[in-house]
Design a protein around this ligand. Sequence first.
Ligand code: NAP
Length: 243
Amino acid sequence: MAATPRIALVTGANKGIGLEIARQLAQAGVSVIIGTRNPGRASAAVAELSFAGLQVRSISLDLNDHATIAAAAETIGAENGRLDILVNNAGIVDAEDGPPTSGSPDAARRIMDTNFVGTLAVTQAMMPLLRQSAAARIVNLSSSLGSLAVNGDPASPYYSARLIGYNASKAALNMLTVQLAEELRDTPHVINSVSPGYVRTDLTGQNGFMTPEEGAKLPFQYALLGNDAVSGRFVEASGETPW
Ligand code: NAP
C-alpha cells in the first residue's frame, strides 16, 4: 500500500520563492496547499503547477485578515485532519521603510503586521493540525537582514541594507523560531529559520544573485528534514547565520 503523502501549506506561494517551494515539494510527492490572498493569482499558480502534472490546491489566506487564517485552518482540518509541513513564506517589504532615522514608523507597523504578527497568527492557527503530524516541520522564511550580529558588522555584505522595519520583522520572526522550538522541545516537531539568499523576485525588484528556484532549495530541504532533525536554528546556504 502506498504511503499517505505528507501535507504541506506554503503561505504566499503564488509567486517568487514560495511558488518554487510549492513546486519542489509537489515534485517530491508532497500534497501541497498554496496559501494566497488573491483568487486570480491562486488560480494562475495552481494552473501552472497542475499543467506540469503536480498535485496542488489553493486556499485563501491573507496574513492581515485573521478570519481567513482561522477559516484555512478549519478547512485543512476538515479535509486532512493534520498538517505535516508549514512553510511561513509570505512576506513584504515597504517602499517607505528605511534607516532608523528616516524609515516610516507606519511602514514598520505594516511590515511587522504581515511578516511577524501574521506569521505568528498562521502558526498558532495551524499548531493543532501540526501536532497531529507524526513529525511536523515548520520553516520560517527569514533573512540574513534579520541577524542582529550582521546589522552591527561592517564587514558583512548585508551591513548597508538598513531597513529598520523589514530587518526588525525578520529578527522578530527569529524570536518565534527560538521560542516555539523551546515549546516543542521533547516533541517530534521542529521549527527553523531559513535564509534563502539574495533572490530575484518582486520583493527585491528582481535584483539578486539567485533564481527563485535556487532560493527555494534550502527552505525545501528544511521542510523535509528527516529523523533527528535540528530545531531552533537560523541557517543560510553556507551554514548557520549568527543571531
Ligand atoms: P515575492 O515574490 O514578493 O512573494 C511574496 C509572496 O508573499 C507573494 O505571494 C505575496 O502575495 C505574499 N504575501 C504578501 N503579503 C501577504 C499577505 N498579507 N497575505 C498572504 N500572502 C502575502 O517575495 P519573495 O522574494 O519570494 O519572498 C518570499 C519570502 O522570502 C518573504 O518572507 C521574504 O521576506 C523572504 N526573503 C526573500 C529574499 C529575497 O532575496 N527575495 C531574501 C530573504 C528572505 P501577493 O502576490 O498577493 O502580493
